[in-house]
Design a protein around this ligand. Structure first.
Ligand SMILES: *Cc1c(COP(=O)(O)O)cnc(C)c1O
Length: 417
């Protein structure tokens, strides 16, 4: 059940919410410095404590001692399938529909290219202008590569109108990275299918934090990020999903030896493996997959509905406090007020957003800045406490009252924001 936020809330009330939080114990399963109020789990998830000994084992025993034998003895060769089968349980897919591989961008490239090639009589790939830049860049790159193909990049409100008999693929991100707004996956998937198009969902801001039902929604293809709410570590491998319905029909355009039916036969010609394995391209990053798998194991101990409930409660508390305490400084809510249409983040517009974020980081609160004017507060429910929400808002009030956000040293933007 979503926690009820009292009308007049103070810091002790937030501590009480933490004490009665059914997920309160999960925070101790992560390494999290006490001095930091971390609000950026949607950019880089925290380190699960159990990941450290797992990695030590992989490095010392499997790599250091057993060397090349570990491809077989430690089942390295199946790691992408094994980790994929675990992620499948988080995204409502069958075990043989998900593979851990490459990065989100590379997976989007593989899946979107395959989809367009499977629908040669249709020219158009539809996506939305507000999509994450990498998704837009990849789309543009694919349409440059494939003769006669075009991208139709439209506003969110025009997506349904953009679906006609020319459309081969609708490619969307379920949760908007700037605002946290959630798309209605089942409805949009159905609209695309009615128009005869395939659908590709980017789950980067939803996997691990919202219940996802790819098969129930009739989704065709999906990809998602391993280092945000999945806590797989910086640059963690990503995952991809190909519906069983399409596994025979679609073909991985990056034909590498590990996607071959018999990789170690070393044949000169490519023959795709059957099933999800054919979406492998290269040797998997074993150490990185071990980190991701360790974090997914932790996530699978929890009830995703409970996780999503906590995300709604945390973001509701933040919005309540922002309305009461931050509006007077010129902050405006950029995220949906309806908790059912919101991911695990609250974004606020402010004309000095960059300075605000830098000033907060210098005071131990870590949100992030997103162009052009957004302060983004991510509230990963596995390790964010209600009291962190209180402290983040309190620190923001202090920054604004002192004018710290106008510090001249924040005039120049860092390369990474
Ligand atoms: C974070 C994110 C990515 C990341 O792509 P990489 O190739 O892993 O760097 C892609 N799409 C969306 C929507 C994201 O939020």
């Amino acid at each position: 059940m979503t926690a009820t936020i009292p009308e007049t809330v103070d810091r002790p009330a937030c501590i009480r919410l933490d004490e009665s939080d059914p997920l309160g114990h999960v925070r101790a399963r992560f390494c999290m410095p006490e001095s930091v109020v971390y609000m950026d789990g949607n950019s880089l998830g925290a380190l699960p404590a159990q990941t450290q000994p797992r990695l030590a084992h992989v490095v010392d025993n499997e790599w250091g001692a057993a060397l090349v034998r570990s491809w077989t003895d430690a089942q390295w060769i199946d790691a992408p399938l094994r980790a994929g089968a675990k992620i499948a349980r988080l995204v409502g897919a069958h075990e043989d529909e998900v593979l851990v591989s490459d990065t989100t961008t590379v997976n989007l490239f593989k899946l979107a290219t395959a989809a367009l090639q499977a629908r040669p009589s249709r020219r158009v790939l539809v996506t939305e202008r507000e999509n994450f830049p990498t998704d837009l860049y990849v789309t543009e790159g694919i349409t440059t590569l494939l003769p006669g193909r075009v991208a139709r990049v439209v506003d969110r409100a025009s997506l349904r109108d953009a679906l006609d008999e020319d459309v081969a693929l609708l490619a969307l991100t379920e949760v908007d990275f700037r605002t946290g707004e959630v798309h209605a996956m089942a409805e949009l998937t159905e609209a695309a299918h009615t128009a005869g198009a395939l659908v590709l969902w980017d789950l980067s801001h939803s996997a691990g934090v919202l219940p996802i039902d790819l098969d129930g929604a009739g989704a065709d293809l999906a990809a998602g990020c391993g280092y945000k709410y999945l806590n797989g570590g910086p640059g963690a491998p990503a995952f991809l999903f190909v519906s069983r319905r399409l596994q025979e029909e679609l073909r991985n355009p990056i034909q590498g030896f590990l996607g071959h039916e018999a990789p170690f036969a070393m044949e000169p010609a490519y023959r795709p493996a059957r099933g999800i394995r054919s979406w492998m391209t290269s040797s998997p990053s074993i150490i990185a997959i071990a980190a991701l798998e360790s974090a997914v194991d932790l996530a699978l101990e929890l009830d995703i509905e409970q996780v999503a409930d906590k995300a709604r409660s945390l973001t509701q508390l933040f919005i309540h406090l922002a309305d009461a305490r931050l509006a007077r400084f010129g902050f405006e809510l950029a995220s949906p007020r309806d908790p059912g249409r919101r991911g695990a983040q609250v974004s606020l517009h402010h004309r000095s957003a960059y300075g605000v974020v830098r000033a907060l980081i210098d005071r131990g609160v870590v949100p992030d800045f997103r162009n052009p004017d957004i302060c983004r507060f991510g509230m990963a429910p596995l390790y964010t406490r209600y009291v962190d929400v209180w402290d983040a808002v309190q620190r923001t009030v202090e920054v604004m009252e002192a004018g710290s956000h106008a510090d001249p040293s924040y005039a120049e933007r860092s390369y990474v924001t």
